[in-house]
Design a protein around this ligand. Structure first.
Ligand code: HAM
Length: 426
């Protein structure tokens, strides 16, 4: 009987080999930069009650109306694989009463799910790294999170990034703007692309995102959101801009930036690059002062962002980033009598904190050394019958081909000696 081989589902991918090292590198980098700013990691469940996203992200958004992975479990509950991280974090902080404990700064990373048409940089299962700050409407918290995002990217060596900035105002500001936009667009309704025609009644602000040339042309003369900001929103926006300037962070005002989730108030931003083709957003975020209340908590202002890790990995790969080797030593063996000695050497070196792989393939010595080279090991420890007999072990340094004899166990017992000889851990 033959069976068809199974493949990863469309829009998902396996991460392994040299690519996983880039992911690990990104994760370490995130821990360091966010830890310095005292952000606490939070891990929320991958699935949540569907209602959380309906209420949080908004029923009129593309995400909720057509991209969610929603299912009914065996207890007849409607559950959804999280399409983003913010709603779950808010739910968690309300549930655990953490919002009563002053300003909360947190970060998260993990898989998110959206039923989108897969293409380069756009997947159905993708990963986000995100930060959220709760409990302050001080414009400095907007500046802090934006600066943290930019610093994270810059420290990775990623340049050619643009910070696009807008204010989407308070709900009242947006209501006034929505009315003005609909008034302006209605006479052109039949010239708009089909999606925008539907949005005209359902979610007019999303029309600003249309890539359709005819719609774009009509939008060129449309009223602009920042003109409709009330005094408070305007002042807040000015202070955010002033803070960014004080930190020497460049930004481009984009009055059409409205973002794809309904919860934003005031500051909205995206970090974009030209290096990724159509999927230009590396990350995005903004302020969401009403969401906590909408999800049942007490009024708590908040601001945050999320970045797409696949897109970051793509940028690092484009830059030719090759992660440093993972291994210090490869233990090659030849002959049955070497079994216990190879186990002992492996254990000893690992106890020194060194990274060691022991060969168990039983293949020819030449093949084992080749594998050591391929794995990026710095040295190959060769344990043969003569080594067992004399106690002098051959260590071959792979970059130079130089070999030396090291006495076992005395020569292996001093970790400082090995650390001196090895290139430092990445
Ligand atoms: P978002 O703009 O929907 O915001 O997603 C943030 C980032 O996730 C995007 O800029 C992109 O890099 C990545 N991303 C989104 N969808 C995909 C996909 N299908 N494939 C690959 N990458 C993708 C949010 O999710 C908000 N929760 C951000 C936020 C946090 N706002 C405030 N706090």
């Amino acid at each position: 009987m033959t069976s068809e081989s199974l493949q990863a589902s469309r829009g998902t991918h396996d991460i392994w080999g040299t690519e996983i090292r880039l992911w690990q590198f990104l994760e370490q980098h995130a821990r360091r930069i966010l830890g310095q700013a005292n952000y606490q990691e939070i891990r929320t469940p991958i699935f949540e009650a569907t209602e959380l996203f309906n209420r949080g992200i908004g029923e009129g958004t593309d995400i909720v109306s057509k991209e969610m992975y929603t299912f009914t479990d065996r207890g007849e509950r409607s559950l959804t694989l999280r399409p983003e991280g913010t709603a779950g974090v808010v739910r968690s902080l309300i549930e655990h009463k953490r919002l009563q404990q002053g300003v909360q700064r947190c970060w998260y990373q993990g898989a998110m799910f959206r039923y989108e048409r897969p293409q380069a940089g756009r997947q159905r299962q993708f990963h986000q790294l995100g930060v959220e700050v709760f409990g302050s409407d001080d414009p400095r918290s907007d500046v802090e999170v934006i600066a943290l995002g930019l610093e994270f990217l810059e420290a990775l060596g990623l340049s050619h990034l643009t910070l696009e900035l807008n204010s989407v105002g308070d709900p009242e500001d947006r209501q006034r703007y929505k009315a003005a936009l609909v008034d302006y667009l209605t006479p052109y309704a039949s010239d708009l692309d089909p999606d925008s025609q539907v949005r005209l009644t359902k979610n007019p602000l999303r029309i600003l995102d249309s890539k359709n040339p005819a719609t774009q042309k009509i939008l060129a003369e449309a009223p602009q959101l920042p003109e409709y900001l009330g005094q408070d929103s305007q002042r807040h926006f000015e202070r955010v801009q002033s803070g960014l300037t004080a930190l020497g962070l460049a930004y481009e005002l984009n009055p059409r930036l409205v973002r794809g989730l309904d919860y934003y108030t005031r500051t909205a931003f995206e970090i974009t690059t030209r290096e990724l083709g159509a999927q230009s957003a590396v990350g995005g975020g903004g302020r969401y002062d009403q969401l906590v209340q909408e999800l049942g908590g007490s009024a708590t202002p908040a601001v945050g962002w999320a970045m797409g890790l696949e897109r970051l990995v793509g940028l690092l790969q484009k830059r030719g980033e090759t992660p440093a080797p993972d291994l210090d030593f490869y233990i090659a063996t030849q002959g049955e009598g070497t079994a216990n000695l190879s186990l002992q050497i492996t254990q000893m070196l690992r106890r020194h904190g060194l990274r060691v792989e022991m060969d168990v393939s039983q293949s020819a010595l030449g093949k084992q050394i080749k594998r050591a080279d391929k794995l990026g090991c710095q040295a190959c420890v060769i344990v043969g019958e003569s080594e067992v007999a004399t106690g002098d072990i051959t260590v071959k340094w792979l970059a130079t081909g130089v070999q030396e004899l090291v006495a076992f166990p005395s020569g292996f017992s001093d970790s400082a000696v090995w650390r001196q000889k090895l290139r430092p851990n990445p």
